[in-house]
Write a protein that binds this ligand. Sequence first.
Ligand SMILES: *[C@@H]1O[C@H](CO)[C@@H](O)[C@H](O)[C@H]1NC(C)=O
Ligand SMILES: *[C@@H]1O[C@H](CO)[C@@H](O)[C@H](O)[C@H]1NC(C)=O
Length: 339
Amino acid sequence: MAYKAIHLFLFAHFLLQISSIYAKVPAIIVFGDSSVDAGNNNKIPTILKSNFAPYGRDFSGGQPTGRFSNGRIPTDFISEAFGIKSSIPAYLDPKYNITDFATGVSFASAGTGYDNATSNVLSVIPLWKELESCKEFQKDLKGYLGNKNLNEILGEALYLISAGTNDFLENYYVFPERSSQFSIDGYQKFLLEITYKFVTELYQLGARKISIAGLPPMGCLPLERTTNVMFGSDCVEEYNNAASSFNDKLKVLVTKPNKEHDGIQLILSNTYDILSDIIHNPDSFGFDDAETACCGTGFFEMGHMCDKINPFTCSDANKYVFWDAFIPQRKRTKSLPIM
Ligand SMILES: *[C@@H]1O[C@H](CO)[C@@H](O)[C@H](O)[C@H]1NC(C)=O
Ligand SMILES: *[C@@H]1O[C@H](CO)[C@@H](O)[C@H](O)[C@H]1NC(C)=O
């Protein structure tokens, strides 16, 4: 998800949830999708990229980095709040090495999901491969730190997972494969089995402090509203319901590893309600617009359509809840008028 000012709210909310549990955090290790990709997609052959203006225009130095935002992303703020560093680099960014990654690294890839079929849609990095990269990183870290501090760092580090939106909006609701195979309820369970397995594998790799992000009210993302013109461009209830019932199941799921795995501190970071509040009462949070995005017309642009020659981009992104329309859904956007 790519918006700036709102990150501060989500981040504050998030921090409240985690800081009491996780006092000491030497490093932050990140997995997931565009909500937390710091530029890994720059280095893979996918069309889903954001390493060009106006992305990054409010980032330090005004540089597009491959973050799907005009500025920093939530994980950057979290890192800063823990007193580590102001931004977390992408694992595939050649400008950084193990010296940097030792205090925080993002394996995330925009467009990915829990489901392998989701990462195939836009040829991005599947979640299981993000975990493979993490294993590689751990080997390097061992070489860098020696055995002495390794387990302590791995156990004290904070592991963040943020994914799932694309499984629904890029995959389930778009292609027949999963939707003919599963009901929404069944698909949620399928995804949560993968989540559970992922957490268990992380635990086996030494992770103890793990936070999983719930889904946002994904029917209120600008592109979803745009495709809902028949209903006055309201939020798409069906998608919001899918997100909140997924979050309910996720809430139950996180209790399981906490019982089964010694020493694990797994939490759900659920920003659905606060985000929904902001979207429905933007004024009270200092925003002018929660329906359209800053970039371009705000109705559908994301990725390559949100570029610097688009004349409609807003001048002050802080007034908008959304920076871009979020969903890089080529099929759907193709049928929309392109200005
Ligand atoms: C990482 O890069 C920095 C400078 O960019 C360099 O000084 C350092 O030696 C590198 N570290 C390793 C372990 O390669
Ligand atoms: C996803 O793909 C990987 C690699 O082929 C495989 O190991 C894993 O089991 C797959 N996950 C699911 C849920 O099918």
